[in-house]
Design a protein. Structure first.
Length: 313
């Protein structure tokens, strides 16, 4: 049975004036991005960098803890602290070895992956693009920028890593999307930068049903599609949210086999939607309420479950 989707925008229309004053005091992560970076990446699935590996996990996480391998580094293309994450990394030995070979050498290696700005590991921090970056103490420094999942390391493809994580319990869709939809946010546009002030938000790797509302369209590094989101019981949670599919992956292939109204049972991770950030910043004068709407996010689809869960709709 499909329930009524949450309606978030209307309350924010009435509360915007009070939130504009109070939100900055309560938020704990401020992300300042160059407007040129926002415009360049707002409609892209991936980013390619020359990545300097500073710290890396000695071995991938066990599947029960998500199976990722964290790699902390930096890249001139990003100019923020970065953590790259190879998904299902235990099966990607060549890429893992390439990371370890580059670790601590100061020599950059080519790396591509889905870019991801999210505040799960932002700490109580100010993250400003172009600010000096202190040496990392470990492979998981305070950061908001990730290449997650990675698609290639030193020209070694790991696109086959985009699949559900066997042995890992994904986050519950009801709880995760309630959190995403309710995460507060303030956008402060300036002449050359935009600051997104928000709170820490977790709930990586959530399992849900996505139903295509429109046909997918190509972007750099993959495709995007507007979709509604159901929980696994077929109850509607979100009416319309952008989904990101990375080219050359199993999810991207699955997307091509469904039309409008088609359903996929997927594993996804959230990221900031820079297209919505850009729109809100550009409409600061005629729609000032938009600057304090809830956090603009989209979902990277990183795995498709081979079952008939969509039959529950």
């Amino acid at each position: 049975m499909r329930s009524k989707a949450w309606q978030w925008r209307s309350p924010f229309l009435f509360l915007s004036l009070s939130l504009l004053v109070s939100i900055a005091a309560r938020a704990d992560v401020a992300i300042t991005l160059d407007n040129s970076f926002i415009e360049a990446h707002k409609n892209t699935a991936t980013i390619s960098t020359n990545f300097v590996v500073e710290k890396a996990h000695k071995r991938p996480n066990p599947p029960s803890k998500d199976g990722d391998m964290h790699v902390a580094g930096r890249a001139e293309e990003v100019r923020l602290p970065i953590v790259a994450e190879i998904m299902n990394a235990a099966a990607e030995g060549a890429a893992v070895n390439a990371v370890h070979a580059a670790e601590g050498t100061g020599e950059a290696i080519p790396m591509t992956g889905a870019w991801r700005i999210w505040t799960e590991h932002g700490g109580d921090s100010i993250q400003t693009q172009g600010a000096p970056i202190a040496p990392y103490k470990n492979a998981n420094p305070d950061h908001v920028f990730e290449m997650h999942p990675v698609t290639s390391v030193n020209d070694i493809s790991v696109t086959d890593s985009f699949h559900p994580i066997e042995g890992f319990e994904a986050k519950d869709a009801d709880q995760a999307f309630h959190r995403y939809e309710n995460t507060r946010c303030k956008i402060t546009p300036q002449e050359s930068t935009t600051t997104i002030t928000t709170t820490m938000a977790g709930f990586n790797y959530v399992e849900f049903l996505m139903i295509a509302n429109k046909d997918p369209y190509p972007v750099t590094g993959g495709h995007m599609v507007m979709a509604s989101i159901d929980n696994l019981e077929g109850e509607l949670l979100v009416r319309n949210r952008r989904m990101v599919f990375v080219e050359g992956t199993e999810p991207a292939a699955a997307l091509q086999n469904i039309g409008v109204g088609g359903c996929l049972h997927v594993l996804g991770i959230p990221r900031l939607n820079l297209s919505l950030v850009s729109w809100r910043a550009k409409h600061a004068h005629d729609r000032p309420d938009a600057l304090v709407w809830s956090l603009p996010y989209e979902m990277i689809v990183v795995g498709v479950y081979p079952d008939d869960a969509c039959a529950n709709r």
